[in-house]
Design a protein around this ligand. Structure first.
Ligand code: ARG
Length: 460
């Protein structure tokens, strides 16, 4: 491609270190779409003859067919997907192929292709996350009344409902989707026509190519357009955040499925056995989702460090932008699919969860709240009285509500018979009806809103 200037070809090492075709062949669909939009515009603007435009377009369609059928050939001499396609085009249509690159550079070409690829990746992630949300909301609706211990510090804190717990992840995923949507809105400008770095003197129509490729508008600065990859970083950072949520959700399932907890039986289809211990059923899919989060965060870090300190405009370092994005996209897609299956298919052991909620004095706060409300005791004092009751119950090895009234009144004479109605786990969750609280009625409201937002009950 640049033989005019060079006396010798590249060394074997140069060819190998330079080649991006092994990974950027994943951009072939975007590359061909962008080339077709570019050449159609060149024709309309009278920069390339209609005959040549026609030959180039037909040739590009044919190459797309070949790639779809046989894959993209990997010749390191051709470096990347752009030169691979152009070289094949020359084989197919002869010298007219050379007109395709008029008023264009690989710098704006790759920036355009990559934006298109990331935009598609965002659309796929969004669709996957919507499915995960639907699974969460469906299970939350089923378990709006199922009581489990809520934890802080992984110590039993207050009873909550399983529906409430699952809806917490619905909210996290809702924010993840909005982060991806923000990233999409920002990336949707077309770099095409920025050429190498300075723009071009040919009378091109950047609005036309932007529109043909579904971009909102052309980018405003050619140097910026060919040399920033913040759109890829926006994607990776949204992916990293999302992977953290998925990892936490995976961790919950791992804990719930452990024998000492026994809150859940994970689907066989997403578990593995042990080669030596016949009784084992291991939560490998969930563990890999947890593990993948580390790799996805690593991908975001890798590209940040690659970009740091690069002067304007394009530098070859930027060729390394693609592997981390492709890797993160693959890992994230798998993680979302695995967690969707896990949420949809896990059997929850609600009786066991309810029993666990009754251990650990989870309704101690309800006793304190009762003292505040019914006996007009300041909360700090009520907290102290309740602490004494918990201590007594613990020394006897019984639940709070198993203390008799006499015992409770010895701690504080203002405690009355009516307190027992506040001490059950059912009463505890039902009482927490503040907006966003765990009360079953409240959880049902949130589930209904979510079902509407996701279009789960027919028309959205
Ligand atoms: N393979 C290159 C990349 O992915 C294409 C751009 C090359 N531009 C250049 N000036 N060498 O970044």
């Amino acid at each position: 491609m640049w033989g005019g200037r060079f006396a010798e070809g590249p060394s074997a090492i140069m060819r190998e270190i330079n080649a991006s075709i092994p990974f950027d062949k994943a951009l072939w669909r975007q590359d061909i779409a962008a080339s077709k939009a570019h050449v159609a515009m060149l024709g309309k603007q009278g920069i390339v003859s209609q005959d040549d435009v026609q030959a180039i377009s037909v040739g590009l369609d044919r190459i797309a067919g070949e790639y779809a059928a046989n894959g993209v050939p990997e010749d390191w001499n051709l470096e990347d997907i752009h030169m691979t396609t152009e070289s094949r085009l020359a084989e197919l249509i002869g010298p007219a192929a050379g007109r395709l690159h008029t008023a264009r550079s690989r710098n704006d070409q790759v920036a355009t292709d990559f934006r298109l690829w990331v935009r598609d990746a965002i659309d796929q992630v969004d669709a996957g996350l919507a499915e995960l949300q639907k699974a969460l909301v469906a299970r939350a609706g089923e378990h709006a009344d199922s009581i489990m211990p809520g934890f802080t510090h992984l110590q039993t804190a207050q009873p909550v409902t399983l529906g409430h717990h699952l809806m917490a992840y619905y909210e996290m995923i809702r924010r993840d989707r909005s982060r991806f949507a923000d990233a999409r809105a920002r990336l949707n400008e077309s770099p095409l026509g920025s050429a190498a770095l300075a723009g071009t003197g040919f009378p091109i129509d950047r609005d036309a190519t932007a529109q043909a490729l579904g971009f909102e508008r052309p980018t405003n600065n050619s140097l910026d357009a060919v040399s920033d990859r913040d759109f890829a970083l926006d994607y990776l950072m949204a992916a990293a955040q999302c992977s953290l949520h998925l990892s936490r959700l995976a961790e919950e399932f791992i804990i719930w499925a452990s024998q000492p907890f026994g809150f859940a039986a994970l689907p066989d289809a997403l578990s593995t056995g042990s080669s030596i211990m016949p009784q084992k059923k291991n939560p490998d899919a969930a563990e890999l989702v947890r593990g993948h989060a580390g790799r996805i965060v690593g991908c975001a870090t890798a590209l940040m460090v690659t970009m740091k300190g690069l002067p304007l405009a394009y530098s070859k370092d930027m060729q390394d932008d693609k592997p981390p994005v492709f890797e993160a996209a693959g890992l994230l897609g798998l993680s979302i699919a695995a967690m969707t299956g896990m949420v949809a298919e896990t059997a929850f052991r609600t009786e066991r969860m309810r029993q666990a909620a009754q251990l650990g004095y989870a309704t101690a706060t309800d006793l304190a709240d009762w003292l505040v409300r019914q006996a007009d005791i300041p909360f700090r004092e009520a907290h102290h009285i309740t602490g004494a009751a918990v201590k007594l119950a613990e020394s006897k090895g019984i639940a709070l509500e198993a203390l008799n009234l006499e015992e409770l009144q010895q701690i504080d004479s203002r405690i009355g018979e009516a307190v027992y109605s506040a001490l059950s786990v059912e009463a505890s969750v039902a009482a927490r009806c503040s907006h966003g609280g765990t009360a079953p009625a409240e959880v049902r409201k949130r589930v209904a809103e979510a079902r509407r937002a996701l279009g789960m009950d027919g028309a959205a």
